[in-house]
Design a protein around this ligand. Sequence first.
Ligand SMILES: [Zn+2]
Length: 309
Amino acid sequence: MRPREPESGSTETTAPAAEILLVPLIDVNWLVYAPFDPARGYRVDPPDVAKSIGETRALCRRLREQAGGRYILTPHSGTYCRSEYYEGEMLEVYREAVADGAELCVHLHEEIKGAGTRYGEPDHMAAMVQDCKNRLEDAGISPVAYRGGHYAYAPFMNRLLENNDILIDCSCAPGMDYPDREAIWTEAELSAFYLPENPRRPSTGQARSRVFEIPIGSDGGGSAYANILHVEQSDLDNLKRVWAAIRERAKRVERPQIVHSLFHTGSMGQPELAERFRRFLEFVPEHGGAFVTTVMAKAAYDHAVEARV
Ligand SMILES: [Zn+2]
């Protein structure tokens, strides 16, 4: 028997009017994880879960204050850390976040140091998604979204997620083209959209899947760190520049843009990064942005489409 779902602290589900609807996405992780980086010897340190619990709690408190509890946690599960972030006291931290209004995501890292990835293996991916989902559900938490490590998303994921009733994905970095990592987003849109059956092909003429994609915020100039809302791999001025480009697009197409930003719990130990994220969160609502959960973002998109028909 599954325990009942915890009460959600936030009853509000309607997205506020804004030029940019931003989902603050928080990767629950540790330092150092560099399975693709020969310069660092493909270094992957073992996770320090006790430290992560403290860092995640601190970050959730901040997001409760600064973002009204509207954000999504994407805990790492992968080759080098399968279940540590999906068991024990960590689950208690997630329940506290959900009580504040936050969401949980299944997040897989199927890399093999210096050798490649397993993102293209349907049976393996299905088993890993199922395992994470079961662990969260057994703790009374329903994961609402999926996210692939390093932006990986094989076309079969559409069906896999639909079969698991996970209808939101946050794997996309628009323009990215890393076939060896299963991260091909050359046809992706810059604001949230429903993935076509094959997300790697132009959507024209293709049937639409039921999976709603919320990409990382991008200036439209590519998928390099400088182009996207990856807080650690940027600086505040550049984040503001990318933000301005997204806001400009919203004005041009006369539609709110729906995107996510990326920050990692492992960065909380570095005061400069924690402060940068604090200031970014402060900047957002003062510059045409509103914080939303992924479910609120999807509802806002569906509602706007219905209104246009
Ligand atoms: Zn990750």
